[in-house]
Design a protein around this ligand. Structure first.
Ligand SMILES: C[S@@+](CC[C@H](N)C(=O)[O-])C[C@H]1O[C@@H](n2cnc3c(N)ncnc32)[C@H](O)[C@@H]1O
Length: 367
């Protein structure tokens, strides 16, 4: 089981489907430990009667106990409880995706906003092959909504913009996704052809979620894992996964499904870094933000060469003044030098490359 008194999840706590109640299991996990959450919670469809087709055969819909709640209030309490744990578990740069239908998504969205998740998009998953509306009294229900949100308004969240554009023939990816519902070979069935899970999601949908908002090796949590679609896609894409599912049979189905998937070729799962990852941070930013002080001494790794930080972002050394790169090159007697790696500051009597501070700024940790 998972332990709360540690700050990171270890290797033996990932790539697993845990059998149990998601709220209870999440409570045992450490704060800020997951990079991405995909949640496909119960819809609360409130279907009591069997729905019949015009030929009187009954329609496969979700009438399982796991989708039953006494009333809206109990559904809302359940939703608040699992979302509260998700918020605690998400790293500051992490994001959460929650999928639902008109039965539940407005309630989920309202609760998420009240909890100060920061909505980034609502994706409309248009089902290219929806089930018809058998009674003919409403429009065919042909889409679901996926809320994509950051941990809070200030989050510097992960978004692989360029990868999404490449996936879409170099055109910006839009928020309306046209993907068929899960059927054909992908749909898990028993020997009689009966679906093994009533709401198995298409892998294509989760593929886009995972590629857009995580990098290889990221930890992805699915608190309502069902047939294990998220875990299956994670394995194909070289992400680590944690699934939680309270129904033992579904856990077994998911484990068997994951087992049959080969690990990916590691060189093929890397994705292009986004422009934001490449954002240029000048040395002056470190001074403006008070992370390096005017007059502070910077040192080369052997502490032999020293330079003094100036208010204009230059370094003063040996009667020579210039950028971190120029003064580094001056000392090395070379044409050029990467000053970010050459120069160090003193922290608790140890030398730390100034590049570490730049990384902190990029990941938003300095704020
Ligand atoms: C909508 S389905 C998820 C389907 C999944 N995305 C897939 O592709 O197979 C929701 C799942 O959540 C599970 N579930 C419901 N309440 C739960 C809870 N409190 N803890 C853990 N799992 C739960 C149900 O058993 C069901 O399999």
């Amino acid at each position: 089981m998972l332990k709360k008194n540690i700050t990171e999840l270890s290797a033996d706590q990932t790539n697993k489907i845990f059998n149990g109640d998601s709220i209870e299991i999440m409570r045992e996990m450490p704060d800020n430990s997951v990079d991405l959450i995909f949640a496909d919670p119960p819809y609360n469809l409130q279907l009591n009667d069997t729905i019949y087709r015009p030929d009187y055969s009954d329609v496969d819909s979700v009438r399982e106990d796991w989708d039953k709640f006494e009333n809206y209030k109990s559904y809302d309490t359940f939703t608040s409880n699992w979302l509260k744990e998700c918020k605690r578990l998400l790293k500051p740069s992490g994001t959460i995706w929650v999928i639902g239908s008109y039965h539940n998504i407005f309630r989920v969205g309202y609760i998420m906003q009240n909890m100060e998740f920061w909505t980034l998009n609502d994706i409309i998953w248009t089902k290219t092959n929806p089930m018809p509306h058998f009674r003919g009294r409403r429009f065919t229900n042909a889409h679901e909504t996926i809320i994509w949100a950051a941990k809070d308004k200030k989050s510097r969240y992960k978004f692989n913009y360029d990868a999404m554009k490449s996936l879409n023939d170099d055109i910006q990816m839009r928020s309306d996704w046209h993907i068929p519902i899960c059927n054909g070979k992908e749909r898990l069935r028993d020997n009689d052809g009966t679906k093994l899970h009533p709401t198995q999601k298409p892998e294509a949908l989760i593929y886009r979620v995972i590629v857009s908002s995580s990098d290889p090796n990221a930890i992805v949590l699915d608190p309502f894992s069902g047939s294990g679609t998220t875990a299956a896609v994670c394995k194909k894409l070289g992400r680590r996964w944690i699934g939680i599912e309270k129904n033992k049979d579904y856990v077994r189905i998911a484990e068997q499904r994951i087992e049959e998937i080969d690990n990916p070729c590691s060189s093929s799962i890397n994705i292009k870094s986004t422009k934001r990852d490449q954002v240029r941070i000048p040395f002056g930013t470190l001074i403006e933000r008070g992370l390096i002080e005017i007059g502070e001494k910077l040192y080369c790794s052997k502490k032999k060469n020293i330079a003094i930080v100036q208010a204009d972002g230059t370094l003063q050394a040996d009667k020579v003044n210039g950028s971190i790169h120029k003064i580094g090159a001056h000392y090395q007697g070379t044409e050029s030098c990467n000053g970010w790696i050459y120069w160090h500051f003193l922290k608790n009597n140890s030398l730390v490359p100034i590049d570490k501070i730049r990384d902190q700024i990029k990941s938003g940790i300095d704020e």
